[in-house]
Design a protein around this ligand. Structure first.
Ligand code: ATR
Length: 282
């Protein structure tokens, strides 16, 4: 086993070339005076566990995990946090001898960005969360912790949204606050203050089958993807008159800051870095 001179971290995914995580963590390390190395590792599909084993043998202290390995990261861990368990996925691992701790900071990063950076307190608001995949699963508990009046999960495949919400109800979520349905259920009798797109539709530049009435009273439309300018979802919101539009760059930086704090014990400032990495919403 080689003895590293600095603590080593990495992001593991496939593909990984596009990842901003090495840039973000290098900036955090510099700003906080922490000595560490952070690289990107492209793991072949099916070889996640072997890739992590090797990184640990080489002295790795922790990793971020991205597509398609977030579920495998949970399975790899010996100790899974409540957030990662609820999400059914992990986006950060920490190694301590034989033990592997799994966390999921995507949801907490989303909430911090909306509340602290964008200035929308969620308490008492009606929140619409679009999609019923892993991104939604990770967002539900952190959003509920902010005490919204309502959290409605809408999905193209309605049964998937129903099943997701039923899982959270079974785990104790308030059935009057957390509800689910299809896109056709939106905009009939109720309106929302904040809409969050947690589908993968923006990655392929697809519009969502949202009725225009679903967006009519919305104050903030948030797309979890970043660096894609005005996605079809943000364009739909803009056309409906939504004044505040945001992409997910702040969420990315905030989840990274949470992971950095978890590993290193010091939370870096995020504001300047978010501004530096932001691309215009045009
Ligand atoms: P992730 O882990 O990123 O959340 P996922 O589990 O594959 O990804 O889920 C993708 C989500 O995006 C799903 O909610 C999917 O809707 P379905 O469950 O109906 O498939 C949603 N999605 C992707 N493309 C979409 C589109 N063009 N219109 C509506 N929803 C879409």
């Amino acid at each position: 086993m080689s003895t590293p001179t600095v603590d080593r971290y990495a992001v593991i995914g496939h593909p990984i070339g596009h990842s901003k995580s090495p840039t973000i963590h290098a900036a955090f390390a510099e700003a906080t005076g922490q000595r560490l190395e952070y690289t990107a590792i492209d793991s072949p599909p099916g070889a996640f566990a072997a890739t992590v084993d090797r990184f640990r043998q080489e002295g790795g202290r922790g990793v971020n995990v991205t597509v398609p390995f977030k579920l495998e990261a949970c399975a790899y861990a010996t100790d899974v946090s409540a957030a990662a368990r609820a999400a059914g996925a992990a986006n950060a691992l920490k190694f301590d001898g034989e033990r592997v701790f799994a966390e999921n900071f995507d949801g907490s990063g989303l909430v911090r960005d909306i509340r602290d950076n964008l200035g929308h307190r969620l308490e008492g608001l009606r929140v619409l969360l679009l999609g019923a995949g892993g991104a939604t699963r990770g967002a539900v508990l952190p959003l509920l912790q902010e005490n919204p009046a309502r959290l409605f999960v809408a999905n193209r495949t309605v049964d998937k949204a129903m099943a997701l919400v039923a899982d959270f109800h079974a785990a104790g979520a308030n059935t009057a606050v957390l509800q689910a349905g299809g896109y056709n259920d939106l905009g009939r009798d109720d309106t929302f203050d904040i809409v969050i797109n947690a589908t993968s539709a923006s990655l392929t530049a697809e519009a969502l089958p949202l009725p225009a009435t679903a967006l009519q009273a919305v104050g903030l439309a948030y797309d979890m993807v970043y660096g894609k300018g005005l996605t079809p979802f943000l364009l739909q919101a803009q056309a409906a008159g939504v004044r505040h539009l945001a992409d997910g760059i702040g969420m990315l930086v905030e989840q990274a800051a949470d992971a950095f704090a978890w590993w290193r014990g010091v939370r870096p400032a995020t504001h300047d870095l978010i501004r530096r990495l932001s691309t215009p919403l045009v």
